[in-house]
Design a protein around this ligand. Structure first.
Ligand code: HEC
Ligand code: HEC
Ligand code: HEC
Length: 270
């Protein structure tokens, strides 16, 4: 009799422990999650990338979000660890604009108070080049890009371009002030009948057509094209847009300013 009661007590204790442990385990499992819901796996991303999901733990210490390419070390997307749990919400923002384009893993790590962690990761394709090109508002007219940005070097005025490119070929450009206008350049670089510039080895058209059309900066960064520099006039002339043109987000000129100020007719060869 004594022994039977003892057995029943033991059985109850074991049952209680089992149920309790199962319950504790369930809570712990339910509370522990590392999930990335955005961006989607395989997505192409750019600029400020919003990373969302869940980072919870019954013994939560912190979570962090990192990006990693190949065998390079992982880097925190936002230079910080996060001390608050997130349940289906914003985890971090990755300012990817200074990160080279390519394939990356995004890794979410939820660390508990014992130092153990759970992780989630997915791969994305970073492509800021295309995003920038598509977002670039059209710039039209030499002055829209070739303006004085640095008085010491003259970057990136037209005069700076002449000096820099002549030096690159081992020559020396006639010294010109940084605010020299396109019209002055053409006193030497207008086309001569023999195909050269009238007072320079090259005509402006022979320089600027390839230098811009084959430039990644002109194409990718500024979405440049023929209409960056040209307006086709009613009589079919490829006018050159010299001044920064006033236009809308499509590059269409302001109707209050027609004819376009600074649209000059091509100079016939002399
Ligand atoms: C949308 C921006 C933009 C506009 C508008 C623009 N350029 Fe440029 N230009 C550039 C860039 C970018 C480069 C540098 C190309 C490179 O090195 O990749 C450049 C280079 C040049 C160079 C150096 C050529 C060489 O051999 O490298 C000259 C000269 C020049 N531009 C003249 C002009 C003239 C003249 C106009 C107007 C008719 C003009 N540009 C309009 C962006 C522009
Ligand atoms: C007084 C005449 C003169 C004027 C004005 C002038 N240039 Fe030149 N340019 C030259 C001569 C000469 C060379 C050849 C220099 C050398 O190689 O030593 C040259 C070379 C260049 C080159 C190098 C092309 C190459 O690939 O070899 C560029 C680019 C250029 N000029 C752009 C300009 C621009 C832009 C302007 C207006 C800001 C301008 N030039 C004004 C005479 C002139
Ligand atoms: C960076 C500015 C720039 C870009 C971009 C550009 N052009 Fe030009 N283009 C010029 C300049 C400068 C001249 C010479 C004007 C002169 O000699 O008076 C010229 C001359 C021309 C001429 C000769 C006009 C004439 O009657 O003498 C044609 C045609 C032309 N461009 C077509 C194009 C086409 C097509 C594209 C695009 C594929 C293009 N251009 C892109 C600046 C540019």
């Amino acid at each position: 009799m004594q022994r039977k009661r003892w057995l029943i007590v033991m059985a109850l204790v074991v049952l209680l422990i089992a149920v309790g442990a199962a319950a504790m385990f369930a809570t712990a499992q339910g509370g522990n999650a590392a999930v990335i819901t955005a961006p989607a796996a395989g997505a192409t991303v750019s600029g400020k990338v919003a990373i969302a999901g869940t980072a919870t733990h019954s013994r939560f210490s912190y979570y962090k979000v990192e990006y990693k390419s190949g065998s390079n070390p992982a880097v925190l997307v936002d230079s910080m660890v996060h001390n608050t749990q997130v349940n289906s919400g914003a985890l971090a923002t990755w300012d990817s604009s200074k990160v080279p384009d390519g394939a990356y893993d995004l890794i979410l790590t939820v660390v508990d108070t014992t130092g153990n962690f759970i992780q989630a990761s997915l791969s994305v394709k970073l492509d800021n080049t295309t995003a920038n090109r598509l977002a670039a508002a059209p710039r039209r007219g030499c002055g829209a890009c070739h303006a004085l940005a640095d008085p010491k070097t003259g970057k990136y005025t037209l005069a700076y371009e002449g000096e820099e490119r002549a030096a690159a070929r081992g020559g020396e450009h006639p010294k010109l002030p940084w605010d020299t206008k396109y019209e002055t350049c053409m006193t030497c670089h207008a086309s001569a009948a023999n195909g050269k510039g009238v007072a320079a080895p090259l005509s402006m058209r022979d320089i600027v057509h390839p230098a811009h059309i084959f430039s990644n900066t002109f194409g990718d960064r500024y979405n440049g094209s023929c209409f960056t520099c040209h307006n086709v006039s009613a009589d079919g002339k490829y006018q050159v847009l010299v001044e920064k043109m006033d236009g809308n987000d499509k590059g269409v000129p302001n109707p209050a300013k027609i004819p376009i100020p600074g649209a000059v007719d091509p100079i016939p060869p002399k």
